[in-house]
Design a protein around this ligand. Structure first.
Ligand SMILES: [Mn+2]
Length: 333
């Protein structure tokens, strides 16, 4: 994890050299994480704006990312999971905001790779030609903003600034888990892009939940139960959609951690959240989910206060594995 200013400036120089060499050799794909959240899509689109040979692409656009892409008619190529027809002259791949190759949902081509990420855990396997930037920042768009401010200011159009700040807003939960660097990046972007922040936030927050989704959220809330996990109290529930939303709502009522389980098409998914107070007392959900994956298979990881796991294990077994791991976490005062 790079955290000092010099380390980061050095990283950005290496990244710039890597990228300039790659685009000199041919087109470069900027690949998003498969969840298509605003941070991964905002990072990819903003970075791709810095050079005509860069193309943002990925498996999926999440709800907000789709709204932003449509609103700005931003270039983004949607790929299908079996996608193999990469351009023959493709000279490199930049992966943004994904902690492992399988988090892209794609089979990446055999070209030099560069990873830009801010997850606490990662499972990338890298070659000599590859580059890995892992920063302890609140959003990958922070890293991309720093890069563009330093090496490609002309790419920072008002639209690009909006993509970057949108990723920062969503990954910090509307700045609830922000720190001084995320605030200062946000301030720079608002100033540079001349963004009317209040209209922008109103645009982002316009109601996009359909009546059937509202029903699903209410059922998720209705099924929620409190359970003891060693020294921690965990709220658990099942929900068919918008698990992140349900988890955040449940955290706000005061649990030490929340786990939302979803099962669909033979795949089980856990979405977990914890308030800052639990993180300060020793909970690290990203590490816990990495442990769960070691124990029952599947893929797990994330941040200290927000993480996920997915795999083929039975939902009850998966949820128990999470609760056991929490129970084994010591609570410090
Ligand atoms: Mn992110």
């Amino acid at each position: 994890m790079k955290s000092t200013e010099e380390e980061r400036a050095k990283d950005l120089d290496s990244f710039h050299s890597w990228l300039m060499k790659a685009v000199h050799n041919g087109p470069v794909a900027v690949v998003t994480g498969k969840n298509g959240d605003m941070d991964t899509v905002g990072s990819a689109i903003a970075l791709a704006a810095s050079h005509p040979r860069l193309m943002a692409c990925g498996l999926h656009l999440g709800r907000l990312a789709k709204k932003m892409v449509q609103h700005h008619q931003a270039p983004f190529r949607k790929l299908n999971p079996n996608h193999r027809s990469w351009p023959k002259d493709l000279a490199g791949v930049v992966v943004v905001d994904a902690a492992a190759e399988n988090q892209t949902g794609l089979n990446l081509p055999d070209v030099p790779k560069c990873i830009l990420d801010h997850h606490a855990t990662n499972e990338w396997e890298l070659d000599d030609e590859d580059l890995f930037l892992q920063w302890d920042v609140k959003a990958t768009t922070e890293l991309v903003s720093d890069y563009l401010f330093l090496h490609s200011t002309s790419a920072l159009t008002p639209q690009v600034c909006e993509f970057l700040i949108a990723g920062l807003i969503t990954d910090t939960g509307r700045f609830r888990h922000a720190n001084h660097t995320s605030f200062s990046t946000a301030g720079k972007l608002i100033h540079h892009g001349d963004i009317d922040y209040q209209s922008f936030i109103e645009f982002l927050e316009e109601e996009t939940i359909s009546p059937s989704e509202r029903g699903a959220i209410l059922r998720g809330m209705n099924r929620a139960e409190m359970t003891e996990a060693g020294p921690w109290s965990v709220v658990r529930t099942r929900c068919g959609t918008l698990e992140g939303k349900v988890a955040s709502l449940l955290v706000s009522i005061g649990a030490d951690a929340v786990v939302v389980t979803r099962q669909r098409d033979g795949e089980t998914r856990l979405t977990v959240r914890a308030p800052r107070s639990s993180v300060k007392q020793g909970i690290h959900l990203g590490n816990i989910m990495a442990d769960v994956a070691k124990k029952i298979g599947g893929d797990g990881g994330g941040h200290d206060g927000a993480a996920g796991w997915s795999g083929s294990a039975d939902p009850v077994a998966a949820e128990s594995a999470f609760i056991d791991a929490v129970a084994r976490t010591k609570r410090t005062e």
